[in-house]
Design a protein around this ligand. Structure first.
Ligand code: GLN
Length: 294
């Protein structure tokens, strides 16, 4: 990712048009993102409360001085490294828009792999009970509940602020009646044995924090960092999981790209007779630990 931009962003107080505003914003954002034009459009469509297609169809539309100033403010925040979804308050995942705040990790496209595998496994299983551990925004559990109408779900997070966001997303997508949100550490609050455990736990090594892109360092440390080599949460989750998972049940956990061997070994210790796999993401990087309990 390119370095931060020192160039100040300003728009004239006088009215300017959509095209000019987008061009100036793109120039300012080009040092901080690989998609300066797209992000400029998303920020302006947020300010104007109009779809992006409106901007493309009306490049000559005039901005009021107030809009222009508000836009300049948002572009400056983005130029300083704040992630776009924290500015607009939402982020797409698995075909849905999720509310996000700085209390939750921003949904990542690679996490859709976990949802896809979980849904394939859930297909044809009647009335499954699902647990999403460290739910954050709730993007995993809400996507699963939407696609699997028979599922009854638990969403657990140690952060009350994150759970409030997950609850809002469950309500936003009409699945709040099938998702029970519980505050606590990993599997501790789970009141019953479940058919499937899902988790995107923190898995970044503490030593890597300083080298993460500035936008990632705006996200909650507790959602990213997990001990010296990034495996503390996975180890604890796997230790707690065996008695909480039905025989014939499955566990799907997102892992870091260099954690495949370690994750497999930890899973083998916890589940000596299970079928265990490490699956790659679309970029070919190890991304998903799957455990099928016998
Ligand atoms: N994929 C995220 C990142 O690299 C990490 C997510 C996590 O720790 N669960 O920023």
């Amino acid at each position: 990712m390119p370095e931060l931009c020192a160039k100040p962003f300003s728009l004239p107080r006088a009215v300017c048009c959509v095209q000019e505003a987008l061009q100036r914003a793109s120039d300012v954002l080009s040092p901080v993102t690989h998609h300066p034009r797209l992000e400029s459009e998303l920020l302006l469509s947020h300010i104007l409360q109009r779809p992006r297609t409106f901007l493309l169809a009306h490049p000559e539309a005039q901005l009021t001085a107030e809009w222009a100033l508000d836009y300049a403010g948002l572009v400056a925040r983005r130029a300083a490294g704040e992630p776009l979804p924290y500015i607009t308050g939402h982020s797409p995942f698995f075909g849905l828009e999720f509310t996000v705040t700085p209390d939750v990790l921003i949904p990542r496209p690679e996490t859709e792999l976990l949802v896809e595998h979980a849904l394939a496994w859930l297909k044809g299983r009647p009335m499954p009970v699902v647990a999403d551990i460290g739910t954050g925004s709730g993007c995993i559990v809400v996507s699963v509940a939407r696609q699997c109408p028979e599922a009854r779900c638990y969403a657990i997070d140690i952060s009350a602020a994150a759970l409030a966001v997950a609850r809002a997303n469950a309500a936003r997508h009409g699945v709040a009646d099938r998702i029970t949100c519980l505050e606590g550490d990993l599997l501790a609050p789970l009141p019953e044995v479940v058919d499937v455990i899902l988790s995107n736990p923190p898995y970044v090594a503490e030593t890597e924090w300083a080298s993460l892109p500035i936008s990632v360092r705006h996200e909650p440390r507790a959602a990213l960092l997990s001990g010296v080599v990034g495996l503390d949460a996975l180890r604890a989750l796997l230790q707690q999981a065996p008695p909480r998972l039905q025989p014939g049940g499955a566990l799907f956990v997102e892992i870091g790209e260099r954690q495949g061997d370690a994750a497999q070994a930890l899973a083998r210790t916890a589940f000596p007779t299970a079928h265990i796999q490490i699956l790659p993401d679309l970029a070919g990087k190890a991304r998903l630990l799957t455990v099928y309990k016998t």
